[in-house]
Design a protein. Structure first.
Length: 82
């Protein structure tokens, strides 16, 4: 569906090949600022998770010419929902 609606390709990384998934590994590192390893996700409130999600989605990104994800999607005419 994503490929059809946005016209982008997708693929799967091989297991244990962290170099194939740089964005995922970087995002995991960012999340670790808030959630240390071995933390039980069940112990977090929905509000805590929402705050982390909002922080991640509202960071300017170099690859997006220092726009946030929301700003980049708006230029494409795509509305994001929470």
């Amino acid at each position: 569906m994503l490929k059809k609606s946005l016209g982008v390709d997708s693929w799967f990384c091989d297991p244990y090949h962290s170099w194939e998934k740089g964005l995922v590994e970087n995002t995991n590192g960012l999340i670790r600022r808030f959630i240390p390893k071995r933390t039980r996700i069940d112990d977090l409130t929905d509000q805590q998770i929402q705050n982390i999600e909002n922080w991640l989605n509202n960071r300017p990104r170099k690859v997006l010419n220092f726009k946030t994800s929301s700003e980049a999607f708006k230029t494409l005419g795509v509305a994001l929902t929470s």
